[in-house]
Design a protein around this ligand. Structure first.
Ligand code: AMP
Length: 221
């Protein structure tokens, strides 16, 4: 049975970093809607230009466009064995569209880990986040500093701060999360798919709980 993991949690909860580590173990693709949008943006596509104005303001890109982009990605052959979704779905409409698309492919969401992190911690983490322009590696000036300031340890690329990672936009993204995305907690809880994880612990502990949650999928009880 294909594993479809939906990572849930506020921006800055570490779900992206945790998702990347998880796919290394599971050997299935990591599909991040934010990364897909940023890719379109850097390629200068029409979709990227359209998404940019929403991203800059910390608002959600309209459902129709987002759903089409992500579902297209899920139809690629490498997703047949499963996928770890990160940043999608973010609204009930997206969650329902995902369910329908998966059903057509004979699949279903298997588990929804929810990473809990307080608002203060979200703001502290995100404003300290730096990303490599070339390879996308993520650093944090508070607890995962690069060896040389401003330079990527992996590829030597230049580190930058995402435009939507400044304090004011982060507050707006959090507001958007509570308004649009938090209803998904109830949606997945009602289906018995939610697994809550305390995200304010060392990264390795969070990863261990996450792997446990995924491993228990389908086990009775
Ligand atoms: P992220 O990297 O997941 O924090 O996403 C960055 C930005 O991309 C968000 O603030 C939104 O503007 C946009 N975005 C990413 N995923 C979605 C989604 N599922 N629905 C709508 N907008 C999204």
């Amino acid at each position: 049975m294909a594993n479809v993991v939906v990572m849930l949690g506020p921006p800055g909860s570490g779900k992206g970093t945790q998702a990347k580590r998880l796919v290394d173990v599971l050997g299935i693709p990591h599909v991040s809607s934010g990364d897909l949008f940023r890719h379109h943006l850097s390629e200068g596509t029409e979709l990227g230009r359209m998404a940019q104005k929403y991203m800059e303001r910390g608002e959600l890109v309209p459902d129709a466009v987002t759903v089409e982009m992500v579902i297209d990605r899920l139809r690629q052959p490498d997703c047949e064995e499963g996928v770890v979704l990160d940043g999608f779905p973010r609204t009930l409409t997206q969650a329902e569209a995902l369910d329908e698309a998966l059903r057509e492919q004979g699949m279903a969401v298997s588990v929804v880990p929810l990473i809990h992190v307080s608002d203060e911690e979200v703001i502290r983490r995100i404003t300290a986040r730096r990303v490599c322009k070339d390879c996308g590696a993520v650093y944090n000036l508070a607890f995962e500093r690069p060896e040389e300031e401003g330079v990527c340890d992996v590829c030597g690329g230049e580190l930058y701060q995402r435009e939507d990672d400044d304090q004011e936009t982060v507050r707006h993204r959090l507001y958007t999360y509570y308004r649009e995305t938090s209803p998904l907690i109830g949606y997945y809880f009602a289906q018995g798919l939610l697994v809550e994880i305390d995200g304010e612990r060392p990264m390795a502990d969070v990863q261990r709980d996450l792997r446990e949650a995924v491993a228990q999928v389908g086990e009775p009880g």
